[in-house]
Design a protein around this ligand. Structure first.
Ligand code: CP3
Length: 343
């Protein structure tokens, strides 16, 4: 495969660019009228994820609108659960619902054997997007980290506080270890297929990494993510960004790991701390409060400037500390892009 370049990939390989490359988590989504139109055409959110033509279209919508430096594959972190054999559906206005797994019998029904049959359409989406994207724009593939996906699989839904799941891990270490090992293997295979289909970089989302004791974090967040990145890198040279959202000071061990090229920071990480403790070891991405993009105007510009100043001279990828919410006005996003590019 020819080595593709562009500002996003150059930065991820350690070059400081001014202004920094930018993309946004949930850049495709309900805040965009064109997304709502395509989703209505697809019927449901999952149909949209599994229809390559439409998933490719929504992946490209924010690139057309804002000329961002990277597109992120349109899919969901819970497709892997479905591929392993656990029923998943999305209830409008409520979020994901899965068959609860607190049950050994169901855990033993999960299987790696046919995951690519379910996930095949995702690889086709990657191929279509890569073909349609200009050469200098990167396509980011992604997956959920095992711990975060496991919280949904065990609870059967999104939880506000995953502490019941931590207790499950303490009380049933054997079945929990089995689930994490299975997710690690499935996720590595899933990401390798995304790279083979044309993804230029990968991001691992560990959205529930907050509030974990250090040994738990190391065992169930850091190690599995490292294992996934190493397996991918044994097969390709794509850069990997990880996003252990809410990991606080444990971010430093993540940045120091040689498994990752980049770390994405949440809104709670002080930019100056990240510059001092993380930038020497990994490319930092993100940090902007998505709610300031709902607000827009000077408050949003000032927060963007704070990030740009903190990371001046270091390789940095401009992004949010979490995804856009549905009430984000698209014109605020456009103004933010102009502001960052115009500095
Ligand atoms: O633009 C992108 O960022 C790419 C696509 C993407 C989606 N989900 C589309 C989506 C990505 C990278 C994700 C990741 C994801 N999915 C995470 C990790 C990041 C995070 O937000 O913490 C998690 C935890 C999920 C699971 C998930 N998917 C939940 C809890 C929900 C319901 C809540 C919500 O925001 O509606 C989803 C649905 C979902 N995934 C939507 C989108 C655009 C909204 C679905 C719709 O159109 O109704």
């Amino acid at each position: 495969m020819a080595q593709r370049r562009g500002r996003f990939l150059d930065t991820l390989s350690g070059e400081a660019e001014t202004p920094p490359p930018m993309w946004f988590m949930r850049q495709a989504g309900r805040y965009l009228p064109e997304y709502l139109k395509t989703r209505a055409e697809a019927g449901s959110f999952l149909d949209l994820c599994y229809t390559p033509e439409l998933a490719a279209e929504v992946t490209l919508q924010p690139i057309r609108r804002y000329d961002l430096d990277a597109a992120i594959l349109f899919a969901d972190i819970l497709l892997i659960s479905q591929a392993l054999g656990q029923g998943v559906r999305f209830v409008k206005g409520e979020g994901p619902r899965l068959e609860p797994l607190f049950d050994e019998a169901l855990l033993s029904r999960l299987s790696l054997s046919a995951i690519h049959d379910t996930l095949g359409p995702v690889y086709e989406t990657v191929r279509r997007v890569r073909e349609a994207l200009p050469e200098d724009k990167a396509l980011i593939g992604f997956a959920g980290a095992p711990w975060t996906v496991a919280t949904y699989m065990l609870a059967g839904r999104g939880v506000k506080d995953p502490s019941a799941l931590r207790l499950y891990a303490y009380e049933h270490p054997e079945s929990f270890d089995r689930l994490i090992a299975m997710l690690t293997e499935a996720t590595a295979d899933y990401l390798i297929r995304q790279v083979e289909a044309g993804a230029d970089a990968l991001q691992i989302f560990d959205s529930w990494a907050s509030g974990l004791p250090e040994p738990f974090f190391e065992r169930y967040c850091l190690k599995p993510a490292e294992e996934i990145a190493r397996r991918v890198k044994a097969r390709s040279d794509v850069p990997v960004i990880t996003f252990p959202k809410g990991a606080g000071p444990l971010y430093e061990a993540v940045a120091r790991s040689d498994a990752f090229d980049g770390v994405s920071i949440g809104t709670e990480i002080p930019p100056a701390w990240a510059r001092e403790r993380l930038s020497p070891h990994a490319v930092v991405q993100g940090g902007l409060d998505p709610l300031l993009v709902v607000r827009g105007g000077d408050a949003m510009f000032a927060a963007a400037d704070r990030l740009l100043e903190a990371f001046a001279g270091a390789p940095y990828i401009f992004n949010l500390g979490h995804g856009f919410t549905p009430q984000t006005p698209p014109e605020n996003v456009a103004a933010l892009v102009r502001h960052v590019r115009g500095r």
